[in-house]
Design a protein around this ligand. Structure first.
Ligand code: ZN
Ligand code: ZN
Ligand code: FE
Length: 693
């Protein structure tokens, strides 16, 4: 049945009950009371077409109004202090509605009927431009003009968005982008670009129909698409990568700026490396004085910070890379009532929090890596918001098994102080598989490929290239990649050349190695190699990992990329990009024996190969072939693909195509992140299904 419903409404379930016919005299919407917490927190939604039309209409009283919104669009999660969602429980409570806004708010026939953030020039938030030297420009028109001229003059500036600040510069100006990178200490990680409209994106990028649909969707995520060779964007926006993250303006303020600028802008989250997005102008000026000296801000407080979401399409299926603005908090309706209140804390990188209670699972927006104090503060702030809003106190807390994750430490301490709370720990990669099972409410046993960076394994080693036969209750590890020794531990994660050396040590004798002609030996003297070899032999500071992410790093370095990584996952992105330059369908040799996926034959072959693109292509195809071969060993189980490696478009496209060909059912997350952002959901799903908990 096709239902006519408001644009932002989602129907979770329909119930019907027979009632006696009665004659009512009138109809009214009754004010919500604090006990009605049945409403879910909604995500912020981009400017709707009606509001856009109004802000472009000279005769409208909100012509060019930077905070226009209605019931179909505007901020939600980022301004909410508490539920039920009423103005006095949002950061709009400080703005008293003018008589015209009150009229619209109270009129059931108006699009702004009960739109909580309703406002206008008279009564709403105000823009201002603040500078590092203490100057403040309060004339809104002048503030916009000045900020635009700074951008045109190759400067980077701060701009307040819905969930935090962006650092913005001219995306067509190589010098501006390079300066931003230099000052932000962000050498290579790709920067997102905001375009005025879809046709401007099409001039610079190749879009599939699915890409276009996602870019235009009301969630307005950053969509990773292919860059055109003749694009006018600065090369340093995404060095060495053919892909680029693009998005459209999602607030009225962005629309105004791009109308004035007439050129695409870099719009990257204002933060220091992987720290949370900054939501306060003073903090931004204090933390990044070299990057921005001028900020366009406004006086509506951001109560809950929220980054931009990042998605990509593979064979027309959406893959979530970062779930945040527009999508999160993401709530799932579950048919069977959850008996206990469950709080799942996720992993350490790309952290998210999941709550499960009654018939709901709620996944928080992306929080980020929890390595800094600020990041952990953001984590506890998000947790406090969710607990307050849903009046939630956990009966069960679920965390990772890694003893050094901040979340594990926090969970253990919390449970020690609150003895009535049950603590559960779930293996990292099993949680990845469970996240996918949760998204699709899978009940049956599955064959789960959890290909990832590193996570703590049940044998106290680092896992990350795992194949499980898994159910909601438990799992068996049926395959894993042959372990790679990580020379220097954590250091090896940033230095792929160390992983390459480890692979050589693992596969050859020292004599054999010295006879090889390999670029990596230009970086080390013979005595250095001997020292590292002794380290490897004795296992000193050389933890072993079955991580496929690390194998990507090793192959990346063996194919001649010897520089250190600028950001997590860079090797995978570059190999993916390179692979598109080779058309070969060949693969490398490997062996599957006693539950071990042995890469040694492949390493031998890679050493003979010179063409980087060919190595990339053959390596990715080989991983795909391994998946299909193992899947064929378990013909009756549906396949689950989860973990950070499945952000690789080439791999996912190949594997899903092959799985379709053999008519195998498969699942890959679409609404929640396949990377560590999904771990909290998987952890919650485990606790929900745990018997007698
Ligand atoms: Zn609207
Ligand atoms: Zn007003
Ligand atoms: Fe992971």
């Amino acid at each position: 049945m096709e239902l006519l419903k408001p644009p932002l409404c989602r129907i979770d379930s329909i119930h019907s009950t027979q009632v006696k016919l009665e004659n009512f005299q009138d109809f009214s919407i009754v004010k919500s009371t604090a006990s009605d917490i049945s409403t879910m927190l909604s995500a912020d939604i981009s400017l709707c077409n009606d509001c856009r039309d109004e802000m472009n209409d000279k005769s409208n009283r909100r012509y060019n109004y930077p905070f226009i919104n209605c019931t179909n669009c505007g901020p939600r999660y980022t301004i909410i202090e508490n539920l039920p969602y009423d103005r006095d429980k949002t950061s709009m409570k400080n703005f008293e509605m003018c008589s015209e806004c009150i009229e619209e708010y109270a009129d059931p026939s108006n699009r702004r009927y009960h739109a909580q953030p309703i406002s206008c020039f008279k009564c709403g938030p105000k823009l201002s431009l603040i500078s590092l030297d203490g100057k403040v420009q309060r004339d809104e028109k002048k503030a916009i003009k000045i900020i635009c001229s700074l951008i045109k003059n190759a400067e980077s500036v701060g701009i307040k968005g819905v969930g935090g600040f962006h650092i913005v510069c001219d995306a067509t100006d190589e010098k501006a982008v390079r300066n931003l990178r230099l000052n932000k200490h962000r050498p290579t990680k790709p920067l997102a670009v905001m375009f005025k409209n879809i046709s401007m994106i099409k001039k610079n990028c190749l879009l599939s129909k699915a890409d276009e649909k996602l870019i235009l969707s009301p969630e307005r995520p950053i969509v990773v698409v292919s860059k055109k060779a003749d694009s006018t964007l600065a090369k340093s926006i995404a060095p060495n990568i053919e892909k680029i993250g693009v998005f459209l303006p999602y607030t009225p303020l962005h629309e105004l700026l791009l109308k004035e600028l007439k050129r695409p802008i870099v719009a990257t989250s204002a933060n220091i490396s992987d720290e949370p997005i900054i939501r306060d102008a003073e903090v931004l000026l204090k933390k990044m004085p070299l990057v921005v000296q001028n900020i366009l801000t406004q006086d509506r407080e951001i109560l809950n910070a929220c980054d931009d979401s990042v998605v990509l399409n593979v064979a027309d299926e959406k893959i979530m890379i970062r779930m945040a603005r527009g999508y999160a908090p993401q709530s799932f309706f579950v048919k069977e009532k959850i008996q206990k209140k469950i709080l799942a804390l996720g992993a350490h990188q790309k952290s998210t929090i999941t709550l499960a209670f009654d018939n709901n699972i709620v996944v928080s927006p992306h929080i980020g890596d929890l390595s800094s104090i600020d990041a952990f503060e953001y984590f506890t702030r998000t947790l406090d918001t969710l607990k307050r809003v849903y009046q939630f106190e956990p009966d069960i807390i679920v965390c990772d098994k890694h003893p050094n994750y901040e979340t594990t430490k926090w969970a253990k301490k919390y449970c020690l102080e609150n003895k009535n709370i049950l603590l559960l720990q779930v293996q990292h990669h099993y949680a990845h598989a469970l996240a996918c099972m949760a998204e699709y409410s899978l009940d049956e046993e599955v064959l789960a490929f959890c290909f990832d960076g590193t996570g703590y394994g049940d044998d106290n080693k680092l896992w990350g290239g795992e194949v499980f036969v898994a159910s909601k209750y438990n799992y068996i590890r049926v395959y894993n990649f042959k372990e790679i020794p990580l020379l220097g531990g954590e250091k090896a994660v940033k230095e792929p050349k160390r992983v390459a050396l480890s692979l050589l040590f693992e596969c050859f004798t020292l004599d054999e190695i010295f006879q090889m002609d390999c670029a990596i030996f230009d970086l080390y003297s013979e005595s250095e190699i001997r020292t590292l070899y002794r380290m490897f032999q004795r296992g000193i500071n050389t933890p072993r990992t079955s991580s496929l992410g690390r194998l990507f790093d090793g192959v990346y370095a063996l194919s001649g990329h010897l520089e250190d990584l600028g950001y997590e996952g860079e090797s995978g992105f570059i190999l993916e990009s390179l692979s598109s330059f080779s058309k070969t369908t060949a693969t490398y040799k490997y062996s599957l024996e006693n539950g071990i996926i042995d890469y040694k034959p492949m390493i031998c072959q890679i050493l003979q190969e010179k063409d980087k693109a060919k190595i990339a292509r053959k390596f990715i195809s080989t991983i795909g072939k391994i998946i299909i071969e193992i899947a064929n060993e378990y013909p009756n189980l549906p396949v689950v693909l989860s973990g950070g490696v499945f952000q690789n478009r080439v791999l996912v496209a190949q594997v899903t195509k092959e799985l379709k060909k053999i008519d195998r059912k498969y699942y890959i997350q679409s609404k929640t992140p396949v990377n560590d952002g999904g771990v909290s959901l998987g952890q919650a799903y485990f606790a929900m299904n745990k018997k007698d908990s």
